[in-house]
Design a protein. Structure first.
Length: 141
């Protein structure tokens, strides 16, 4: 079981891992070993998530989810397949946690009348400076 939040956990059998050859430096090792790990999670058919959670993930991770509803996470940071697998799972958990997190609703705050008056006075002062500058320029011509 992979724990996402206190309420959500996903069984490991819902995750599909594939290994392939990684790009980048590494000499001959890169050409021989399949160290890049791709984690696939069938979001559309997952019984672990509610329809609301699935919809939220679809909205917040549109570039990572295919048209078939499969979430894809790739890791190729290290030259070890096992380490890349752990990193892919960590990134998967991180993505789900961030996407399912709800921010508190913003409460509108009334601006104090003194602050509003101060702002308007500053704007009027600035406008007056500009008018005086324009008047001086026209008088010089």
């Amino acid at each position: 079981m992979i724990l996402i939040t206190n309420e959500i956990s996903i069984p490991e059998d819902e995750l599909n891992f594939t290994a392939s050859r990684s790009s980048g430096p590494g000499g001959q090792h890169v050409n021989k070993a399949s160290t890049r790990v791709t984690l696939r999670f069938d979001l559309a058919n997952s019984p672990s998530l509610s329809p609301e959670q699935k919809k939220l993930l679809q909205e917040r991770l549109p570039t990572r989810i295919s048209k078939q509803g499969i979430l894809r996470v790739v890791s190729q940071k290290t030259r070890s397949q096992a380490t890349n697998r752990k990193l892919a799972v960590e990134r998967f958990v991180e993505l789900l946690q961030q996407s399912l997190e709800t921010s508190p609703e913003r409460k509108p705050v009334k601006i104090a009348s003194a602050a509003r008056e101060k702002r308007i006075a500053a704007k009027k002062h600035r406008g007056q400076l500009k008018r005086e500058r324009a008047w001086k320029i026209s008088r010089e011509d």
